[in-house]
Design a protein. Structure first.
Length: 126
């Protein structure tokens, strides 16, 4: 299976040919994880409805839950406005994170109010 030409043309890949994929739980709206995909990983996901990603460290494809049993059934995939990130709406069985947490974002919130240097904006003349 090849990606439809219009979809392939709209994807913006990094220098390694990859684009970001965010998995979001359908029932709760919770963001579960971020992983990388390339055209083949997306083709496999579209063909099987199983979240399939590309591991940069192992340089191979992996299907979420293939070894852990913590699977993702993909209901919907949307491309963001820039074409460099996909949003996968999934039913997650078990943990999405390799740590065993349900979400990779089950962490403490970052602290606000840390002073930073002001940023120059391009809108200053408006």
């Amino acid at each position: 299976m090849a990606l439809p030409a219009e979809l392939a043309a709209s994807l913006k890949r990094n220098s390694d040919g990859l684009f970001a994929a965010i998995a979001q739980e359908r029932s709760t709206g919770q963001v579960l994880m971020m992983a990388w995909m390339d055209d083949e990983a997306l083709e496999r996901t579209l063909a099987t409805r199983r979240g399939t990603y590309y591991s940069r460290s192992r340089q191979q494809y992996w299907v979420k839950g293939e070894t852990s049993g913590h699977t993702q059934y993909v209901h919907d995939i949307r491309l963001d406005c820039d074409g460099d990130t996909l949003l996968l709406i999934v039913d997650q069985t078990g943990a999405a994170c390799h740590t065993g947490n349900h979400s990779c974002f089950d962490t403490e919130s970052l602290e606000f109010g840390i002073p930073v240097e002001p940023m120059a904006t391009h809108d200053e003349g408006r």
